[in-house]
Design a protein around this ligand. Structure first.
Ligand SMILES: Nc1ncnc2c1ncn2[C@@H]1O[C@H](COP(=O)(O)OP(=O)(O)O)[C@@H](O)[C@H]1O
Ligand SMILES: O=C(O)C1=C[C@@H](OP(=O)(O)O)[C@@H](O)[C@H](O)C1
Ligand SMILES: [Mg+2]
Length: 179
């Protein structure tokens, strides 16, 4: 048991961090924060626009600042973006202040779920499969490094994944209310 004050979802694009996370937060009575949505509110710009104006490096700086702010709170369910684990300081904060769930999914499932998506700049590639495979090769060890629990959502609908995960968390996560 890791008595962390927040619940954190990490994992690749299309794993369901945003959609499963929202439903799970309702079930568990946690305040839901999606990092990308919060960055869009703060900047007034969509994620692809932030990438266009400030580059990926600019987006990552904003993402890191937000994670640092959120990890000072408690009682949050934080859905991160797929690249949030890239920075060592993010990984340290997420691990220290969150019970981290790696929502895992495979490239085939990602391609299916994100077939019509135009809001993820890193998917703007001539070969989406190759891009997702390359990202997985780079990031899977980082997800593994921070994960307290791995949950594979493949084959489960959003509601079913949230239900299953809620049951698992009751056994694995002891809320660190006082932390
Ligand atoms: N378990 C699931 N079953 C079916 N569709 C899913 C599941 N998880 C996510 N999706 C769909 O995949 C798309 C991307 O999901 P999203 O929650 O945005 O993932 P992430 O935030 O991890 O990138 C959405 O259209 C969502 O409805
Ligand atoms: O994998 C990534 O680097 C990214 C994933 C996106 O979030 P989701 O994982 O919620 O799609 C979003 O943060 C941005 O497009 C970059
Ligand atoms: Mg998301």
């Amino acid at each position: 048991m890791n008595p962390a004050p927040n619940l954190v979802l990490v994992g690749p694009m299309g794993a369901g961090k945003t959609s499963v996370g929202k439903r799970l937060a309702e079930r568990l009575g946690l305040r839901f924060v999606d990092c990308d949505q919060r960055l869009e509110q703060l900047t007034g710009a969509a994620v692809p626009v932030i990438f266009d104006c400030e580059g990926e490096a600019g987006f990552r700086r904003r993402e890191s600042a937000l994670i640092a702010e959120l990890m000072r709170e408690r009682g949050l369910l934080v859905a991160t973006g797929g690249g949030a684990v890239l920075a060592a300081e993010n990984r340290a904060l997420l691990s220290a202040r969150g019970f981290v769930v790696h929502l895992a999914t495979g490239v085939d499932q990602q391609l299916e779920r994100l077939a019509r998506d135009r809001q993820r700049p890193l998917l703007n590639a001539p070969d989406r499969r190759a891009r997702l495979q390359a990202l997985a090769a780079q990031r899977d060890p980082l997800y593994a490094e921070v994960a307290d629990l791995v949950f594979a959502s493949d084959g489960l609908a959003v509601a079913a994944a949230a239900d299953r995960l809620a049951t698992l968390l009751a056994r694995h996560w002891q809320r660190g209310e006082a932390a």
